[in-house]
Write a protein that binds this ligand. Structure first.
Ligand code: NAP
Length: 324
């Protein structure tokens, strides 16, 4: 169980992980990409940015890295970095299969830059690709963005394949997405192979605007799964300057920036194992990591509860974010 290694880590930031969705490919949905990324988003420029972020994260005590087959070259960049930093054996690596990157390193493609396929054939193909890049450094393999209607929740042949992967020593998990996250999580908790629960981790969107998966995530934690929080910054909506006024006011009182406060609120959840930073620059990363030091008392937390949006509206707005 790779997360036992994280539990044993003693750095103050060990519960914060870094995701490479924003830097593994030129196009993504977070808001400030024009100013965050190097003017040329060439493969070499983004490889360099990824190395810079991973070096800064490791030096600051981050020990979990989140990638996916569909995040462009994120697995390749991470594999190269791990190869170049052989002493960093305590880094825990999670990847995902189930989406294929289709934008061919372009930003001007209409609509999403990835196509979903949760079939056994897609698993077999992507598992081989991840193994080719990450080899035995892959600790966790997650089904990418499961929704309640996903065939991955009922496909017995797929479940047998994933149980085989677990038998090889790779932890099996899933990520969930959309307004039905709670239902998908609860359905996943029921999936067993030979009487044993299949999924050992669950990654879900949870933030000050969209906390509706919270009770289901608490149930997952109680059932023994490690919970990984993604999109804690609501894709950048909770960072200054676009952060909502109550968050800006609370942040001012703490002396930290909005992003650190937004992530600090998530770290307080007793069921949250890992909170992901999606930083695109080292400056953002350092600010995100301040989350571990923010003092969020009950009064401040109470003032942040008013930010919650209706899940359907939140997800409609997220779906409308342009890839750029
Ligand atoms: N279905 C899935 O499994 C799934 C889906 C999404 C994400 N993830 C994982 O979760 C990770 C995080 O998610 P995410 O990046 O999509 O969303 P996020 O964490 O909600 O947002 C990250 C973005 O917030 C902005 N930001 C952060 N700190 C900032 C600061 N100090 N100042 C200004 N802006 C700041 C940056 O975007 P801008 O500066 O560009 O605004 C950054 O790219 C990903 O890397 C990925 O590993 C998984």
């Amino acid at each position: 169980m790779p997360f036992a290694r994280l539990a044993a880590a003693t750095t103050p930031t060990a519960r914060i992980g870094i995701g490479l969705a924003a830097v593994g490919r030129p196009g993504y949905i977070t808001l400030g990409r024009e100013s965050d990324l190097p003017p040329s988003r060439s493969v070499e420029a983004l490889r360099e940015r990824t190395f810079e972020l991973l070096d800064a994260a490791y030096a600051s005590g981050v020990r979990y890295v989140d990638v996916a087959r569909s995040y462009g070259r994120s697995e390749e960049f991470l594999a190269d970095w791990l190869h170049a930093r052989p002493d960093n054996r305590d880094v825990v690596v999670g990847s995902k299969w189930g989406y294929t990157y289709t934008a061919d390193w372009r930003t001007d493609v209409e609509g999403p830059h990835e196509v979903k396929d949760h079939s056994v054939a897609a698993y077999d193909r992507q598992r081989a690709q991840s193994a080719g890049l990450l080899g035995d450094r892959l600790d966790l393999y997650q089904i990418h963005s499961v929704t309640p209607e996903s065939p991955a929740l009922t496909d017995k042949e797929l479940h047998a394949r994933l149980a085989g992967l677990a038998a090889e020593g790779v932890t099996v998990g899933l990520s969930v997405s959309g307004p039905g996250q709670a239902a998908a999580i609860r359905a996943a908790l029921e999936v067993t192979v030979d009487g044993e629960p299949l999924f050992r981790t669950v990654q879900a969107t949870y933030n000050l605007l969209e906390p509706s998966a919270g009770p289901a995530l608490a149930e997952a934690h109680d059932a023994g799964l490690t919970v990984i929080i993604k999109e804690g910054m609501a894709n950048g909506r909770l960072a200054a300057p676009q952060a909502p006024a109550p968050l800006r006011e609370v942040a001012e009182g703490t002396g930290f920036d909005c992003d650190a406060v937004a992530l600090a609120a998530l770290l307080r959840e007793p069921w949250a194992g890992v909170v992901l930073s999606g930083a695109a620059t080292s400056v953002q990363l350092v600010s995100n990591l301040h989350a571990a030091a923010v003092d969020l008392d009950a009064d401040r937390l109470e003032r942040l509860t008013g930010l919650v949006e209706e899940p359907g509206e939140y997800w409609a707005r997220r779906a409308a974010l342009p890839w750029h």
